[in-house]
Design a binder for this molecule. Structure first.
Ligand code: IVH
Length: 674
């Protein structure tokens, strides 16, 4: 293809991709499948690779991440990022309004109006646009200075890379200069659950806010992109065309391409504000994201500066926080769940009670240390809470109401599922059922994990079906699934011929998911989806993985001695070997897809790092060029680094390279090496 045609196709693809992005994320009305979307994106990336000179920073290809940052540079905010004063009482909101009215009056204004909006439970972020282009994004930090995390923020689909300015009549005059937008990065509840599902149990996040904060700190922006975060804007500053009321600014933000959530309302009186607060107390549970209160802002923005701020928060806004959602109920009993790794988890069986938009009748007690910490007994009145957390938990015992008839909760001696004597490994809080191979609960758990969404995503293989398969001896591990026949399946309870065929089809489809997904699906202890991807990269076949020593494994990025040992243990088990044989026989991908052919070997054996700004290449692209020529990209300079490619304004990495005597080359030399 010649350049002119490439340019046309690239432009078309970019417009289409951004349009589908909007349909998906803003309007929740996707027109094409994820697969078709990925194909378009792949095509765009391929074209940009062929014609690097056509790559621009606002291309949707820049959202897939790939840049690895070692340290986040500090940014001093143009104006401090204040926080809000909080209250849990509506009476204090009334006092706030009275205070504002007095201040406004003293400034010679009339009766003030307010905007009530939702308080999003995420992480505050500031975005800087220059000439309409997203150039820098940072965290709040201590309010005066934060961390620059632009590569991570670029991956968030609801952060526009270029603003839709021309559509705004008010923005005709001055398109240059800087615009600052502030808002909240958050994780949707469904994205949060998906993320947790693919993590080993001990690494799960407690709530979407923690997951968001943890993700924004990641140094690998490709991982950030995979985790899918969202952004909602609530503040606009620094433009000649900006309007004089907060209400209009929210509309302007929407016009530029931001999401505001849309759930804000102009209020003239306290009664309207109280209504808004009441309304959302319940309605908020139906939102796809978490909110923890209502923010009230003075609508007239010209008064903001005049009212000013205290040391920490502005005088023109206040946050009303909903009380944590608590309920009192009775602990009717404790049951014990056996996980796929044999862990025994005590589960509180509660008298059903309404809490935060749903009825709660069970809640995890985590482990026996937690039971001891709570001092809880069966028959006790307990308080349960849902605050930020998606899953409710028992937070305390109402001791004053304890009856004489309560019973202590004993650690069971035997596995409730298979009767094997339980064990507690030294130094661990959990008890385990050691009957790994024969325990039905562990068998079921392993098969369900194998079939789960982030693993091989075998639809139609739900809990009751798996329970029947294990109980009737039709499947004891995932390998057996692929030997099931239509007759066997159709003979199960609640299974018509049609659904039996659906299961077989789903099993067939699961063979196409790829080697890294299979590695995750195997359910090796401590190996989550991200670690599985690393492993797949380092050991591109099961045979290789099985033959890699513990020391070699421990040297793979992100895999320490604990994970290495767990992998070794896993492959040493006879039942694992038998299962792998069945999986191979069924045609599951026991190795990575055919590796891409190398362009040449010019970088073979080299460990390369880029620093500073390159003039003719986007960083990601240059790194890929090294990989295509047999080289490795490393993320920090060490004695093992063999080449440092330094662009302009190279900083600490260059210094370190010089100190260590690593070879440093410039962009011209890099191109010659290609
Ligand atoms: S306005 C100067 N609006 O709450 C005030 N903040 O407790 C700027 N937050 O740091 C903030 N939703 O992280 C504002 N609709 C909203 C908000 C909101 C959530 C967060 C924000 C802020 C914190 C203050």
């Amino acid at each position: 293809m010649d350049k002119a045609n490439a340019q046309k196709e690239i432009a078309k693809l970019r417009t289409e991709i951004e349009r589908h992005n909007r349909l998906y994320y803003l309007e929740a009305k996707p027109e094409i499948s994820d697969f078709e979307f990925d194909k378009m994106l792949e095509r765009l990336i391929a074209l940009e690779k062929e014609f690097p000179e056509l790559l621009t920073p606002d291309s949707p290809s820049q959202r897939v991440g790939g840049e690895v940052t070692r340290e986040f540079p500090a940014v001093v905010h143009r104006e401090p990022m204040l926080s809000l004063s909080n209250t849990y009482s509506v009476a204090e909101v009334t006092e706030f309004c009275a205070r504002v009215e007095k201040l406004v009056e003293a400034e010679g204004g009339g009766t003030p109006e307010y905007v009530a909006e939702l308080k999003f439970d995420g992480v505050a972020i500031s975005l800087l646009y220059r000439d309409g282009l997203f150039v820098r994004g940072s965290t709040r930090g201590d309010g005066r200075q934060g961390d620059e995390i632009t590569p991570n923020l670029r991956t968030i689909p609801t952060i526009p890379l270029r603003l839709d300015l021309p559509d705004l009549p008010l923005f005709g005059a001055d398109l240059s200069g800087e615009i600052e937008v502030r808002g909240e990065v958050y994780m949707r509840k469904d994205d949060f659950e998906r993320l947790n599902e693919e993590r080993p149990e001990e690494e799960r996040f407690a709530n979407p806010r923690n997951a968001t904060a943890g993700t924004l700190k990641l140094q690998d922006s490709a991982e950030v992109a995979r985790r899918r975060m969202s952004f909602v804007a609530y503040y606009l500053k620094g433009h000649a065309g900006e309007s004089r009321t907060h209400m209009e600014r929210l509309r302007q933000l929407e016009g530029m391409g931001f999401v505001t959530g849309g759930n804000y309302r102009r209020c003239k009186e306290m009664t309207e504000i109280a209504t808004f607060i009441d309304e959302w107390a319940e309605k908020r549970w139906a939102l796809p994201y978490e909110t923890d209160g209502v923010v009230l802002k003075l609508n007239d923005v010209t008064l903001w500066d005049r009212l000013g701020a205290t040391a920490k928060s502005p005088r023109w806004a206040i946050a009303y926080k909903y009380p944590a959602q608590q309920a009192k109920t009775v602990l009717q009993g404790v049951t014990f769940q056996v996980g796929r790794l044999g862990t025994i988890t005590p589960v509180a069986e509660l008298k059903p009670v309404k809490l935060a938009g749903s009825t709660v009748s069970r809640s995890t007690l985590h482990n026996f240390d937690e039971i001891e910490r709570l001092g809880v007994r069966v028959g006790d009145y307990v308080m349960i809470e849902k605050s930020g957390e998606v899953i409710p938990k028992v937070i305390s015992v109402v001791l004053a109401e304890r009856l004489e008839t309560t019973d202590a909760i004993e650690v069971p001696e035997l596995c409730p599922e298979c009767g094997t004597k339980l064990e507690r490994p030294e130094g661990e809080v959990s008890w385990y059922c050691p009957n790994e191979e024969g325990c039905s609960a562990q068998r079921r758990g392993r098969i369900l994990h194998f079939a789960s969404r982030n693993a091989l995503d075998i639809q139609n293989l739900g809990e009751s079906l798996v329970a029947q398969l294990v109980e009737r001896g039709l499947a004891s591990d995932a390998g057996d699934l692929y030997r099931l026949t239509l007759e066997q399946l159709a003979g199960l309870d609640r299974m018509a011929a049609k659904s039996a065929q659906n299961v077989l089809d789903a099993l067939e489809k699961s063979k196409t998911r790829g080697y890294d997904r299979l590695l995750f699906a195997l359910g090796i202890r401590h190996v989550g989806a991200a670690t599985a991807r690393e492993l797949a990269h380092a050991c591109p076949s099961i045979d290789r993985l099985r033959d890699t020593s513990e020391e070699e494994l421990a040297a793979v990025p992100d895999i320490g001695p604990v994970i290495a040992e767990s992998i070794r243990d896993f492959f040493a088990k006879p039942w694992v070997a038998a299962m792998l044989e069945k999986l191979a026989e069924a045609g599951l991908p026991m190795q990575a897809g055919a590796a891409k052919a190398l362009v040449n070997n010019n970088f073979e054996g080299q460990s390369v790092i880029f620093t500073g700004t390159l003039e003719r290449h986007v960083r990601q692209q240059a790194e890929e060029m090294v990989r295509e020529r047999g080289g490795r990209i490393v993320s920090s300079v060490s004695k093992k680094t063999t080449i440092v490619v330094a662009g302009s304004e190279a900083g600490s990495k260059l210094e370190k390279a010089m100190k260590l005597g690593v070879k440093v080359i410039d962009e011209d030399e890099f191109e010659r090496m290609l």
